[in-house]
Write a new protein. Structure first.
Length: 219
């Protein structure tokens, strides 16, 4: 009887051992498959996510640049300093036929400024051409400032019948400012202001790492 049990026990042991080995192999294969599935990403999903993220970055960068520039308001980009001599003459006919005139020759120091309204700047981006496009308004004269402390009189002729009055000096000063503005324009203040504005804008944009490799085009 014992002789029959011994072979039977051996057979049971072999079957159990084989079963354990099979279970172990299945567990190892399942573990490998699970790991591979985690390591292999969904290509379509990943590509879509990257593309979406890139689009968001481009939009944010452009808006950030534009907001930064517009927050500067109107920026003075060029100044023209002057010392100008003017002659103001006030003429009048007494009784309709007797001429009478007063005259003053004087000078002032002052400044004419020109600048760009940065609030009107718009920024766009051509991804295909790797270009940042800046639409910038033309420069304009912003101020004509006369330093009244520098007023000098070179000659003065004041007629008894046609004397200079305070309103005459105000008119004279307004004409003086207009003459200074004209002289500043003739000396290219607008053109220099435009170029300076472009330089400032270009340097500002280049501070953003995201635009590295892009060229800047002004319109």
């Amino acid at each position: 009887m014992d002789n029959l049990k011994q072979p039977r026990n051996i057979i049971y042991s072999v079957i159990i051992a084989a079963s354990l080995i099979a279970i172990l192999i299945l567990c190892i294969d399942f573990s490998k498959n699970s790991k591979n599935e985690k390591e292999v990403p969904d290509t379509a999903t990943t590509a879509a996510s990257i593309e979406k993220r890139d689009k968001v970055l481009i939009t944010v960068n452009v808006e950030t640049i534009q907001d930064g520039l517009q927050n500067m308001g109107t920026l003075i980009t060029q100044e023209y300093y002057f010392t100008q001599v003017e002659t103001y003459t006030k003429e009048k006919n007494l009784l309709g036929f007797i001429p009478s005139s007063s005259e003053i020759a004087y000078s002032y120091d002052g400044t004419v400024t020109a600048g760009v309204d940065f609030e009107k700047i718009t920024i766009s981006k051509d991804e295909a051409k790797k270009t940042i496009i800046v639409d910038i308004p033309d420069s304009e004269i912003q101020t004509v400032s006369v330093d009244k402390n520098t007023f000098k009189v070179y000659s003065e002729k004041d007629s008894l019948w046609n004397p200079m009055k305070l309103e005459d000096y105000n008119v004279s000063l307004a004409e003086f400012e207009e003459a200074a503005k004209k002289k500043a324009l003739e000396n290219g203040i607008i053109e220099r202001s435009d170029e300076q504005a472009k330089t400032l804008i270009g340097n500002f944009i280049k501070n953003f790492p995201s635009v590295s490799g892009f060229k800047i085009e002004f319109r």
